[in-house]
Design a protein around this ligand. Sequence first.
Ligand SMILES: NC(=O)c1ccc[n+]([C@@H]2O[C@H](COP(=O)([O-])OP(=O)(O)OC[C@H]3O[C@@H](n4cnc5c(N)ncnc54)[C@H](O)[C@@H]3O)[C@@H](O)[C@H]2O)c1
Length: 283
Amino acid sequence: MDRLMGKRAVITGAASGLGRSLATTLAGEGWRIGIVDINDAGARETLEMVERAGGTGEIYHTDVASPEAVKAMADHFFDSWGGVDLLVNNAGVAVAGFVGDIPLEDWKWIHDINFWGMVYGCHEFIPRMQVQGGGHIVNVASSAGLLSPAEMAPYNTTKAAVISLSETLRAEVSPYNIGITVACPMFFNTNLLECARYTDDWEKEWCESTFRYARMTSEEVANRIITAVKKDKLYAVPQLSGKFFWLNKRMMPGTFHGLFRFLNRHGLERPLFKVLARLGLLQ
Ligand SMILES: NC(=O)c1ccc[n+]([C@@H]2O[C@H](COP(=O)([O-])OP(=O)(O)OC[C@H]3O[C@@H](n4cnc5c(N)ncnc54)[C@H](O)[C@@H]3O)[C@@H](O)[C@H]2O)c1
C-alpha cells in the first residue's frame, strides 16, 4: 500500500510559517489538511489559503502541550476522516540565552511544546497508523539539534531529542509501513520570533537579523521537506549551509565544538555570528 495514497494530512502549528507553507503546498496537490493550532485567526487564514490552492481543510484547535488535547485531536481525525496518511509534528517555539540565566519556567515551556508535543503526536498517531496499514510522520526539528550552537540550549535540547526520537522510530515503525522524516532547517523567515523568549537584547537582535537575511523562504523549505517525505528519507536538511555545518560536525566533532569554544573564550563568537547572519550563511 502506498503510505500517502489517501492524501490526508494533519499539520500542527499550521496557522503560520512552515506549517502553513506545508499545508498550502500539499493542498496544491489535492490533499485534505487538518489545520491544528492554538492560533484560531491564523488557522482560519490558512484554511482560506488551502481552499484557494485547491485542497480542502478543517481546523481543530489543539494545544500540543496537552496530552488530553492531542488524544482528542487524533480521535477526531481518525474517526471523522477514516484515517490520516501524514502527520506533521511542526508546532514549536524558541528560547535563547545562557544556561543559568534562562528561567526554568522557559525551559519547561519550550520542552512541553517542542519535545512533549511531538511525543504526544507520535504516541497517539503511531498505533492508529499501524491499524490502518501505514502512514508517514514528519517531526520538525532544526539544524540547532544537530549542531548545538551556544546561547540556544533549551531550543537545541528539544530539537536534539526530536532527532533522536525520529531516528529511533525509523526502525521501530518500519514493519508497519510507517515512514519517518525529521526536518532540520537552518534559519528562515516566519513568525517564530514573535513569541520567542530571550535573556538579552543582543540575542533578540541577532535572531531577527538571521530571519531578515534568510535566503530560503518557508515555501522552499516546505517543498524540500515534502520531497524528502515522498522519497521516504529520514533526514530533510533543506539549506546548503545546514548540510555543510552538519558534515563538518560529523567528520570532526571535537574540532567543530573546539572552534566554537575558542571563539567564545576570546569574545569572537558573537561578532562572527553577526557577520555570518548578515551574509546569509546561517540560513
Ligand atoms: N523559522 C526558523 O528559522 C526555523 C528553523 C528551524 C526549525 N524551525 C521549526 O519550524 C517549526 C515551525 O516554526 P515556524 O518557524 O514556522 O514558526 P511560526 O511561529 O511561524 O509557526 C509556529 C506555529 O506553532 C503554533 N504553536 C505554538 N505553540 C503551540 C502549541 N502549544 N500548540 C499548538 N500550536 C502551537 C503557533 O501558533 C504557530 O502557528 C517549529 O518547530 C520551529 O522550531 C523553524
